[in-house]
Unconditional design. Sequence first.
Lengths: 111, 110
Amino acid sequence: DGGITQSPKYLFRKEGQNVTLSCEQNLNHDAMYWYRQDPGQGLRLIYYSQIVNDFQKGDIAEGYSVSREKKESFPLTVTSAQKNPTAFYLCASNRQNTEAFFGQGTRLTVV
Amino acid sequence: KQEVTQIPAALSVPEGENLVLNCSFTDSAIYNLQWFRQDPGKGLTSLLLIQSSQREQTSGRLNASLDKSSGRSTLYIAASQPGDSATYLCAVSGNTPLVFGKGTRLSVIA
């Protein structure tokens, strides 16, 4: 089946730890995106990439890092510099200016 | 900076009613507008995409309209069912990636 796969579904982070969220797509889409969702705040853009080996910061990039070494993959690292990482993280992809598709999300909790 | 607003924030209706969800955006220079559905704890499911050159799109009991000049879109749901209960999000795409509203939480009561 074509689609976007995010893993893991649930992730727990200790204070001071870096964690990486996986996002893989087999839709042959050029563009990929990471959004963060908090209750009552809607979705906010963290990073996006329109082509391999290139990415841009979104509205809330501080404390996060990404890489885009392959077209299919766009992992997000939540670093220790992100002071409030507990949230629901959503990955999406599309061809330019066409319908966007989302993964099922990763819920990150600080313990 | 593009801003998207959805009204109402929450809506509760009896089963069988027709209903309208509203979405407004501040910058009319968009490529398209997309409506999504989100169930609790899940990702987003795309419902309808309207290109900027289009006025409306239909899928089953759903009809979405777009008035780009006034910065408004509506999602019409006919003959609502309890299974329609979810949060509905609209998002616009322009020179930046999708910008989202905060959503309308819909409850359809049997």
